[in-house]
Write a protein that binds this ligand. Structure first.
Ligand code: SAM
Length: 235
């Protein structure tokens, strides 16, 4: 599979159609807003963001990219949705937080700038592409030796089907219907195997847990649903 066809156009259109509501913290993307501080908290366990050159792969409207830049990173967000990149740019202008965005695939950026970044983030994106392994390879190429790569995704477990699709999309309506497809979810063992094949070493993994009573997310040991994994590219 090449970079140009490692994309589901319907996924790009689906997320692009949500562009105008992307930055509404109570809107359709509320979950991404709610988990963003937790993602940053996990990332900070491994790296110093200040001055670090980071590429955020599949950045969407820039929720994480801006969060990284706010903490002093030199952050570039890449995505294939022009609508989302426009919204990300616009939000950056409004917030005054300096960020850059480009419409380019991870694979093409990796060919253009191998080892061009101190660290790489790729959150909630792998389950939306035909060949996640190719994205993992590209991320491993983009990072400098000694740098970290962070992936988050959904675990292919019945519990994730029940919570991330049945509950979140249909019962609690936290996410728009059709956001996720169970068969695209990725087991931590599969993510680790692909990352190992790409030359990355696992440094840590954490679950993002949801408590329906408090309606709050937290980091924890339960990786059955949504999880973040940190990998290092050896020197
Ligand atoms: C669920 S959103 C996650 C956005 C962002 N990473 C976050 O977590 O805040 C998935 C994003 O992946 C992007 N995407 C899907 N396929 C892609 C591809 N092949 N290359 C780059 N971005 C892609 C979509 O346009 C969308 O912005």
């Amino acid at each position: 599979m090449t970079a140009s066809n490692n994309v589901h156009p319907h996924e790009i259109n689906k997320f692009g159609s949500q562009a105008e509501r992307w930055w509404d913290p109570q809107g359709e993307l509320k979950t991404l807003h709610d988990i963003n501080p937790l993602r940053l908290q996990f990332i900070r366990r491994f790296i110093d963001l200040k001055g670090a050159r980071i590429v955020d792969v599949g950045c969407g409207g820039g929720i994480l990219t801006e969060g990284l830049a706010k903490e002093g990173a030199d952050a570039l967000g890449i995505d294939l949705s022009a609508e989302l990149l426009d919204i990300a740019d616009l939000h950056g202008l409004e917030s005054g937080i300096p960020t850059q965005y480009r419409k380019i695939s991870a694979e093409d950026l990796a060919a253009e700038q191998p080892a061009g970044f101190d660290h790489v983030t790729c959150m909630e994106m792998l389950e939306h592409v035909p060949d996640p392994g190719a994205i993992i390879n590209a991320c491993a190429t983009l990072v400098k030796p000694g740098g970290m790569v962070f992936f988050s995704t959904l675990n292919r477990k019945p519990k994730a089907y029940l919570l991330a699709i049945v509950a979140a999309e249909h019962v609690l309506k936290m996410l728009p219907k059709g956001t996720h497809e169970y068969k695209t979810f990725i087991k931590p063992s599969e993510l680790c195997q692909s990352a190992r094949n790409a030359g990355l070493q696992l440094s840590g993994v954490v679950g993002i847990e949801y408590n329906p009573l408090t309606q709050r997310f937290s980091l924890g040991n339960d990786i059955d649903v949504n999880y973040i994994a940190a990998f290092r590219r050896p020197e």
